[in-house]
Design a protein around this ligand. Structure first.
Ligand SMILES: [Mg+2]
Length: 170
């Protein structure tokens, strides 16, 4: 499936929900892309998981902000890759720094920058300890093995449950 078809499919999924998050936050390594960027060279051309770009475009189309929360020890490589992939300017907040907290500090910064409440955020990450820590802050947090359309659907379902909303299933 190309980016445009994924985007259309993601827009259909988004259309199923009456209540949507205001901000969707993505981890990088093994969430948006299938590698640890610290093990790669800046000179390489990286690639995202197959559905990642289409999902980002669909969220933007819907007016939902996107952000990055990564504990990568090599933010310079991460940012170079986001730039090469043509997505860097899409993120309203890019928190990329190593930390002993399980991303709670990342989310405090994101909240400070965006002024969006934690309960209006949806978060995707491949590490359970991050998911558990960020969930406690009130963010709907979904464990993934690479983000894809199914994870998006699961995340939005979980988000609407947490918001106590009744959704129209078309
Ligand atoms: Mg990761």
């Amino acid at each position: 499936m190309g980016d445009e078809r994924v985007k259309q499919a993601a827009l259909e999924i988004l259309g199923l929900f009456q209540v949507l998050p205001r901000l969707v936050v993505f981890d990088l390594d093994y969430t948006l892309w299938p590698f640890y960027c610290e093990c790669r060279s800046k000179r390489e051309m990286p690639s995202l998981y197959p559905h990642a770009k289409g999902i980002l475009f669909a969220l933007k189309d819907k007016g939902i902000d996107v952000a990055v929360a990564s504990r990568s020890p090599t933010p310079d490589i991460a940012k170079t890759f986001l730039d090469k992939l043509g997505v860097q300017s899409m993120f309203v907040s890019q928190e990329i720094f190593s930390s002993y907290t399980h991303k709670t500090e990342h989310f405090q910064r994101i909240q400070w920058r965006t002024r969006i409440p934690f309960t209006s955020m949806l978060f995707f990450d491949d590490e359970d300890r991050n998911i558990q820590a960020v969930k406690k802050m009130g963010v709907t947090s979904i464990l993934v093995d690479g983000v894809n359309l199914e994870a998006l659907r699961q995340g939005l379902t979980e988000f609407s449950k947490n918001s106590g909303a009744k959704n129209v299933q078309k």
